[in-house]
Design a binder for this molecule. Structure first.
Ligand SMILES: Cc1cc2nc3c(=O)[nH]c(=O)nc-3n(C[C@H](O)[C@H](O)[C@H](O)COP(=O)(O)O)c2cc1C
Ligand SMILES: [Mn+2]
Length: 499
């Protein structure tokens, strides 16, 4: 399936699929859009194109990523695991044996070679060029998302920087609080690559911000790649087509040729402002903190530009599916380092960095604890606060099943690891910012070498009887009652809770 080449193409695709509603009523980007989107996201509703945001000529697109279906549509796949498979093929590449394998190998290599962005002479993103005093961020329908927010925040940007030591590009999604017509704050947190580029730079650093990209490129800005890997290369690989870049008009950086809007400018080392408070994806307001000031030297746009936005807040919000995409897409990379991992799940309700459920092919005593420590040492997963480890046969996405093994298999004194390490920048719970406790729960079956008594067998019906009942099922006359029934235990326990 072909993927969208730019935001317009994507909007057209969403519209064809009945996945977009145009809102022609005038709506205030201050708070009103958030409340509308919150209700729409929770209902599993469509992407919204606000054609008349109050105070702006530029339409606002939101909730483009809000369902699994749209996320799959963005990647041109049936299921997000298909994206992982594509990436896994590269990571697992072995020297080929035989002609067929060689041809396949060459195809895979070509797909990597074709991922690198292409530089083009001219880009639609520069159809309109505003420089210097003509720049006015007030023209954009930037949302003030929550009542306690310090002001309007640009929430879906792709921030482009360069490592001054190597010249390598980085693209990160870091929100920008609008401070005035030509300046914003730059909220790169302490573990992030853009922040590292800034710390390595002396004096002034050039920055470009792309707004309104094809969905894969926008997603890629949020992907936790190792620092030396260009997120636009990942985008090219996942799109199956390289991203076109064009030289910036006031900075020596390349910017996406088909972006709706580009902000170019610079950051001076040591020029800080108080950023926040901001209603964050933790479900709480993050307090004001010092972050660098981004001075905008040029704002370039397509004719009839569309401004992209997203609201984060108490989960679930639209960003849930960006997070789930990362969880699925990065599974092969996680398995490369820790091959005994079968699958993992970062519950949306756990705001991703708070909780990780992982299943393993357990092979030796203490194996679950080994995997906990591996995760606490692995890229951005290192910030995970709580880890639950289960055996290979457990479905990590089925929280009822996981809860069963946590309840059934755990001796808290023997199976709980309490340690400490780095925590998410935004986590308000630890006593100190950035560092605090970690908990690991080993819910695997234990053996005598782990100091237990004989572990009892788990109850399972025999295949023979299962097959028999499968064959005779209709005969019993239960099916009609079941399908008209109350949805089983899960639903009835929920009803109990609601009372
Ligand atoms: C909607 C959204 C907003 C985000 N806002 C921020 C932010 O303001 N600051 C930040 O450091 N990370 C933010 N992130 C997470 C980063 O985009 C993510 O960690 C990414 O990997 C950063 O790129 P990097 O690895 O090149 O630093 C956000 C993610 C999403 C999906
Ligand atoms: Mn990066």
């Amino acid at each position: 399936m072909a993927t969208a080449r730019d935001l317009r193409d994507w909007i057209a695709l969403l519209e064809r699929e009945g996945e977009l509603v145009r809102v022609s009523a005038e709506v205030d980007p201050k708070l009103e859009v958030t409340e509308i989107v919150d209700r729409t996201v929770r209902a599993g509703g469509p992407a919204l194109l606000f054609e008349h945001p109050q105070g702006s000529e530029i339409p606002l697109l939101i909730n483009q990523f809000g369902t699994e279906k749209r996320m799959c549509l963005a990647f041109g796949v049936e299921s997000l695991d298909d994206v992982a498979t594509k990436l896994g093929e590269i990571l697992e590449m072995q020297p080929p044996e035989g002609l067929a394998a060689k041809v396949r190998g060459l195809k895979t290599l070509k797909s990597i070679a074709d991922s690198r962005p292409r530089t083009v002479k001219r880009g639609a993103s520069q159809e309109i060029v505003l420089r210097g005093d003509d720049v006015d961020l007030g023209r954009l329908p930037v949302q003030t998302c929550w009542p306690g927010d310090a002001g309007p925040f640009i929430t879906l940007p792709a921030v482009i920087t360069r490592d001054p030591r190597t010249g390598q590009r980085n693209v990160g999604m870091y929100r920008l609080q609008v401070l005035g017509p030509r300046s914003t704050a730059m909220h790169w947190q302490i573990h992030k690559d853009g922040r590292a580029d800034y710390l390595f730079t002396e004096g002034r650093m050039e920055v470009a911000v792309a707004l309104g990209l094809d969905p894969i490129s926008a997603y890629s800005a949020s992907a936790p790649l190792p620092k030396h890997i260009d997120e636009f290369m990942l985008a090219g690989f996942l799109r199956g087509e390289p991203l076109d870049l064009v030289q910036g008009v006031t900075v020596d950086l390349e910017v996406p040729a088909d972006a709706e809007i580009v902000l170019e400018g610079y950051i001076d080392k040591g020029d800080l402002t108080q950023e926040g408070p901001f209603g964050d994806h933790t479900g709480y307001y993050t307090p004001a903190e010092p972050f660098p000031v981004f001075h905008v030297t040029a704002m370039t746009m397509r004719r009839d530009a569309v401004y992209p936005s997203i609201v984060v807040g108490k989960p679930p919000q639209e960003d849930a599916w960006l997070g789930k995409a990362t969880e699925r897409i990065f599974l092969p990379a996680v398995k490369m380092t820790v091959p005994e991992i079968v699958d993992y799940d970062l519950p949306v309700a756990g705001a991703f960095h708070n909780l990780c459920i992982v299943s393993i092919q357990k092979a030796f005593p203490g194996h679950a604890k080994k995997v906990m420590h591996a995760i606490w040492g692995l890229g951005m997963l290192s910030l995970t606060k709580g880890i639950v480890v289960v055996d290979a046969h457990v479905d990590v996405h089925d929280y009822q099943q996981v809860m069963f093994y946590v309840g059934a298999n755990v001796d808290p004194k023997r199976d709980v690891v309490i340690t400490e390490g780095p925590l998410d920048h935004l986590d308000h719970a630890p006593t100190l910012q950035f560092i605090g406790g970690k908990i690991g729960i080993d819910a695997t079956a234990k053996g005598p070498l782990e100091g237990t008594r004989e572990w009892p067998p788990e109850i399972e019906m025999s295949d023979e009887v299962r097959d028999l009942v499968d064959r005779r099922w209709a005969e019993y006359g239960i099916e009609s009652v079941l399908s008209a029934g109350n949805g089983g235990f899960r639903q009835s326990s929920r009803r109990l809770l609601r009372r």
